[in-house]
Write a protein that binds this ligand. Structure first.
Ligand SMILES: [Zn+2]
Length: 287
C-alpha cells in the first residue's frame, strides 16, 4: 500500500504534467484519488495545478466534506462531480478533470468524439460522449454526468472541458492524454479534408481484441449495441438513449473490481494497446 504522502506527491506530479501539456489554464482543473470508501485526496481550489506541493492537497469524505486541509487551502469546488463518479463506480480509484484545448473545443462545438479513426482510440476509449452543460460547482454537473458513468471512462463536459477516471491516478491521467490526442487528430484530419473512418468490420475486429484481452474499465464496445444493432461508433454519441445490451459471453466488469492502487495498470494498458495496435495494423495490411 502506497502511503498517503507518496500519493500526495503523485498528485502534484500529475498536476505538473497537466499544466505543462497545456491541458489547463491559470488555476483550472482538479484531481482526486480514493484512499478508501470514506477518504479521498483532492487538489485545492484557486491554485495552479502546475506548482503544487504535497501540503496543498486536501482530504475529504465521500460527501466532499473536508476532513483535513492546511490553512489557506480548501477542496476544489468541482469535488462534487468527482464524488459522483466514486459513488456510481466503486471500481474507480482516481478522477481527473482538465480543459485540454482540442477536447474542450469539441465540447464547446457540441461534437462528441465518435468517429472511429485510429485503433488506440477505438480500443481504449470507444467513443467519448458529451455530458449536458451544467453550471460549475452546482449539482447540475454531477447530475448530468450520471447517466454516462456505467458505460464510459471518459466524457466531454459541454462548453467546459473533459473528465476521465480509472483504477488509479496514472491510468486516469493517461485517459485524459488519450482523449486529447484523439480530439487533436480528429480536428487535424477534419482540416485536411475529413478523416477516413474504419468500416464496421474493422471496428468489430478492434472491439473483439479489447474483449479478448479483457481490458479493465467500461467501454461502449462492450455495452453500446443499441436497438438497430449499431455500435457506439455510429450512434453519434447518443448511445445512452439506445437499449444497452450485454455482449453475449463478454465479461465487461473491471478485473479485480476494487479500488486498490494498481500501479502497473497504466503501463500494462499502454503496452497492451501498443501490442494490439501492431496486430491490427498487420491484419489490416497497414503496417
Ligand atoms: Zn473545469
Amino acid at each position: 500500500m502506497v502511503n498517503e504522502y507518496e500519493i500526495k506527491k503523485q498528485i502534484c506530479d500529475i498536476g505538473r504534467r497537466i499544466y505543462n501539456r497545456n491541458m489547463v489554464a491559470a488555476n483550472d482543473g482538479n484531481i482526486s484519488v480514493k484512499l478508501n470508501d470514506n477518504e479521498f485526496l483532492c487538489t485545492p481550489t484557486g491554485v495552479s495545478k502546475g506548482f503544487m506541493t504535497p501540503d496543498f492537497i486536501c482530504k475529504v469524505d465521500r460527501e466532499g466534506n473536508v476532513i483535513q486541509a492546511n490553512p489557506g487551502f480548501k477542496p476544489s469546488s468541482e469535488i462534487k462531480m468527482h464524488m459522483r463518479v466514486y459513488e456510481k463506480r466503486p471500481d474507480v480509484g482516481s478522477v481527473v478533470h482538465a480543459h485540454p484545448i482540442y477536447a474542450t473545443s469539441f465540447a464547446i462545438a457540441g461534437i462528441p468524439l465518435t468517429q472511429p479513426i485510429m485503433p488506440e482510440a477505438v480500443i481504449s476509449l470507444g467513443c467519448v460522449p458529451i455530458a449536458e452543460y451544467g453550471t460549475p460547482s452546482t449539482m447540475e454537473i454531477p447530475d448530468n454526468l450520471e447517466k454516462y458513468l456505467p458505460y464510459f471512462d471518459a466524457v466531454l463536459l459541454e462548453n467546459h472541458g473533459a473528465l476521465t477516471w480509472s483504477t488509479d491516478l496514472n491510468a486516469a491521467y493517461m485517459k485524459m492524454e488519450s482523449v486529447e490526442f484523439y480530439a487533436q487528430l480528429l480536428y487535424q484530419s477534419k482540416v485536411l479534408g475529413g478523416p477516413k473512418e474504419f468500416d464496421e468490420k474493422n471496428i468489430e475486429k478492434l472491439y473483439e481484441i479489447r474483449r479478448k484481452f479483457g481490458m479493465a474499465g467500461k467501454h461502449p464496445a462492450n455495452l453500446c449495441l443499441n436497438k438497430d444493432g449499431k455500435n457506439c461508433h455510429n450512434c453519434g454519441g447518443a448511445c445512452q438513449d439506445g437499449e444497452f445490451k450485454k455482449f453475449p459471453g463478454y465479461q465487461y466488469d473491471f478485473v479485480g473490481g476494487d479500488s486498490k492502487p494498481a500501479e502497473n495498470n497504466a503501463a500494462s494498458d499502454a503496452q497492451l494497446v501498443a501490442e494490439i495496435t501492431k496486430q491490427v495494423m498487420a491484419q489490416l495490411g497497414m503496417k
